[in-house]
Design a protein around this ligand. Sequence first.
Ligand code: SF4
Length: 217
Amino acid sequence: MDRTKTEVLRYLGRRRQAVPAELDALVESCMALMRETAAPRHVWRTFDVEDRADGLAPAGTELMLPGQDIRRCLTGCRRVALLAATLGVGADTLIRRWEHTDLTRALVLDACATQLIEEVCDEAERAVEADADMKSAGRFSPGYGDLPLTLQPGFLAVLDAGRRIGLTCTESLILLPRKSVTALIGLGGRARPAAGRCESCAARGVCDFAKRGEVCP
Ligand code: SF4
């Protein structure tokens, strides 16, 4: 089974289980439809990492990165990239359309969109690495660990994401379009992940490190 399908099934809560032929075919057709419908766009900028009295910050911005988790992630990193990516409104509309008539299909489409935005972020991360000529220390998003979601408006403003890729957030800090991601990418350092903290972490089950079977630095 290819990796895309394995990941989609994992988002659907099916790990190492036999997959009925009907579900297998549904995942395949939904993934094809999502790829056709989505209009992926992303934007990123890289900055020096500035260590200010009240926390880390991308140099030259007003954006503070509070908390210990992002400090651990950026250990040894000289640069940090801010990345925002979206599948566009079409992906949301497609999922919503099926929610009224076929909830199973809607759930599979949702899982396909989650996988697709991860692929978009993976590709963007590789471009960031190539541009900086530095290795990524992994992605870390607002809302993971103790990095607050309240960062979203300032994060999007630094990237001018509304104008450049049509990505905004609501007053309740939900990204619009929904199938979108913001993430920080540490560059130029590679701290070894420490194990055993995920059980009590608020980001358990959603963060990229854990999805890859790793632990954040
Ligand atoms: S779930 Fe684990 S790897 Fe992910 S942010 Fe939390 S502690 Fe780090």
